[in-house]
Ligand binder design. Structure first.
Ligand code: UTP
Length: 285
């Protein structure tokens, strides 16, 4: 079984649910407490043992690459003023470990992943949706890699949501279920309300086999007229093992406003440096 060494971060979406914040800055650069969303995803990948990060970007997304580069002027000035550069440590990357490819048009998540095919090559890879922030110890992808090492094939994170919300997500047709790993017998993207095969949805962490790229070659449009990753994954079912993994931890949907505000509170309250002050303020409110 080949290890998971590469991760794809599709970051070429327009972020329309978060306008006007996302007019001139990428959604993935919005700050959660004190670091941009993309940094949480990169840290999760690193802790899960992933070495090669592949950004699928679009026009106006240069800030994402700059964030993981050296900022010469900033660092020189801080050093000259005797300020510690430790605060920038988590933004440092090995030369060559972050690669960007362009998705010229936002044709859908499946199309974005397909744009990374030549860099992914013939090995399993992870996909992270950076606007979904996962909190867990070990982190969500690290838990998934452990599960992948047992069952191989494709392993995707799954989460239960109220039936009234399933129409917003990719939803699983479940098979055998041991409470942690659930066999996936089918997948439906954004099922119309009342038709979902279960309330198990895909919150944006995937370990996939490279064959999914061949399914994406067809460029078939699905829900919303977009090329959907869910539809391509569904084609692998029956040809390769396919499991959902219920991870231990919390998920925050930072792609929409309420989820983002809650994530800020949840993460700030956990922090030793600022948690007590934030807690006191909320208690006061
Ligand atoms: P979303 O469904 O959240 O779309 O995409 P979006 O464009 O970012 O945001 P809204 O819905 O307009 O508010 C999920 C992930 O897939 C990426 C996004 O950047 C996000 O990380 N994506 C989506 C692409 O990279 N390309 C696409 O064509 C679509």
């Amino acid at each position: 079984m080949k290890p998971v060494r590469k991760a794809v971060f599709p970051v070429a979406g327009l972020g329309t649910r978060f306008l006007p914040a996302t007019k001139a800055i990428p959604k993935e650069m919005i700050t959660l407490v004190d670091r941009p969303l993309i940094q949480y995803a990169i840290e999760e990948a690193r802790e899960a043992g992933i070495e090669q990060m592949i950004f699928v970007t679009g026009r106006g997304k240069g800030a994402l690459e700059d964030h993981f580069d050296i900022s010469f002027e900033l660092e020189t000035t801080m050093a000259a003023r005797g300020k510690s550069l430790d605060v920038l440590e988590s933004t440092r990357t090995e030369p060559g470990s972050v690669i960007s490819v362009r998705q010229q048009e936002p044709l859908g998540l499946g199309h974005a992943v397909w744009c990374a095919r030549n860099i992914v090559g013939d090995e399993p890879f992870a996909v992270f949706l950076p606007d979904e922030v996962m909190v867990g110890q070990p982190n969500c992808m690290a838990q998934m890699v452990q599960a992948y090492e047992k069952v191989g094939g494709n392993v995707v994170a799954v989460l239960e949501v109220p039936p009234s919300e399933t129409h917003r997500y990719g939803v699983v047709v479940p098979g055998a279920d041991d409470g942690k790993l659930v066999e996936i017998k089918g997948l439906v993207e954004k099922p119309p309300q009342g038709t979902a095969p279960s309330n198990l949805m895909l919150p944006g962490r995937y370990i996939l086999q490279p064959e999914v790229m061949r399914a994406l070659d067809a460029h078939e449009k699905g829900a919303g007229g977009e090329i959907q990753l869910t539809d391509a994954m569904a084609k692998l079912i029956g040809t390769q093992p396919f499991h959902g993994y219920r991870f231990d931890g919390e998920r925050h949907d930072c792609g929409e406003k309420v989820g983002f505000v809650i994530a800020n509170l949840a993460l700030a309250l956990r922090r030793e440096d600022i948690g007590p002050q934030v807690r006191a303020y909320i208690a006061d409110l």
